[in-house]
Structure formats: structure tokens, C-alpha cells
Design a protein. Sequence first.
Length: 259
Amino acid sequence: MTICIAAIGIDDKGKEAIVFATDHMVSYPQMGQFEKTIDKYKKLNTNTVAMLSGNPLIFETLIGKCKKECSFDEIAQSIQSSMIELKEQIIQKQLLDIFKINYDYIKEVLKAPIPNPYIDNLLRAISGFSLQTSILLVGFKDDTAQIAEVIENSISNLRDIAFGAIGSGAVQALNTLLFQGQSSNDSLTATLYNVYKAKRNAEVSVGVGKETDIMILTKAGLTEINDDNIKILSNIYESELKFGKTHEKVKEMLNSTFK
């Protein structure tokens, strides 16, 4: 349960930049959810950052094989490979070890009709197993900004739509960015506000925290939007929410309607 959002825009020098935001909500099995001062993102090299939705205990494992000198695509492949490897390890320990069998046995079983309901249930458990974790990866290929969503069975390149979101608040965040008409041609000013607005709108979802980290990633590196500037964004957001509700033109229209 969380929210991670990223969008591509253009800075005042005409270069692409990525604005991304996360909350601080942490979910642990059997412990529930709570907000904690913990970064939901990890910097993998100068201009590549990974954000996680899902089990925070496996974040380091998933990025552990990423080398600083690797390209964006190589990092995405490395993360997915680690996801697959970890998934297989967990299935072996939690499901197969109970019966003292391994994947070779499963491969043999699949060559013939399913012999009994125990095997059928085991196969269903294996096929339905998921880490329930995804990574939103942001970075650069030369001067071109990149966003990708990495899960166990796919790597989705989000460059063409220029934004992405993962976590329990992803639907609200994506709808906000669509409504705002966010594109890779938008100014960094517009992109910063659109991402912040998407984060705030996502807070209506269960599991999305109120605390916000918001960053700007360029080819040169990472810049944090500090708390004072987040307060400015918050004030603008609150003003926008009230704008139509208190607008004099709306009052005039209503008064004229009932004359």
C-alpha cells in the first residue's frame, strides 16, 4: 500500500527532467500500515532511481545486483531477474520443501495428467503466487528521460505516455495526470505541480500516506523539493480546490437564476 508517481517534463534549458513523488506509508505483514520517516525510493546511480510498491523488506534484494555503471535497460532487466529468482526461492521454501520436492519434480508432473488433488492444489498455489511488489524505475538514456514499471513477468516502458504510477493510489494518480493533460512537452513548472496534485489526489485511497517526498531527476542528478516548497505547492493545491466553490461568477450566476 503506497503511492509512487513519476512524470517527464522540460526544464528551462530545453532538457528533459523527471519529477517523482512518494509517500511514507509502510506496510508490513502482520504489523499493518503506518507512516514512517523512510525513503520509498533508492538512488541506483547518478541519474537512475527506483521506487517500490509492495514488500519493503525485499527492496534491497531486488536492487542488489544493479551496478552503477549499468544502463537503464540493464538495471530494469537486473531488477526483474532478481524478482524471478526471489519468487522461485520463496516458492521452493514455502511450498515445495514441505513435500521434499523441487522444480524438476514439478516439470515431470506436468508431462502427464494431474495424478491427485494434492498436486492440483500445489500447482494452483505455484501458478498463483506473486511477490505483490512492483518497481517504478526512472532514469535516462543519453538525454532522453525514461520511466518503466518492473514486475515479475513484464517490464513496461512508459516513455510514450510520459508518466506512470504504482501502488494502491495509482488509479487516482494516473487519472489526475490524464486529466491535467500531462505530456513530455510540458514545462517543469507544470510537471512539478501535476505530480504533486496527483499525489494529493491519491491520498483518498486506502494505504496512501499524507507525508510527501517529491524530487526532480535530471541527467546531472537528483534535486529534492524541500518542506518549505512543498508547503507552497500545498497552498496552491488548496486554493485550486476552493477556487470554483467560492468564485464570484458562480455566486452571480446563482443569484441571477433565482431572480
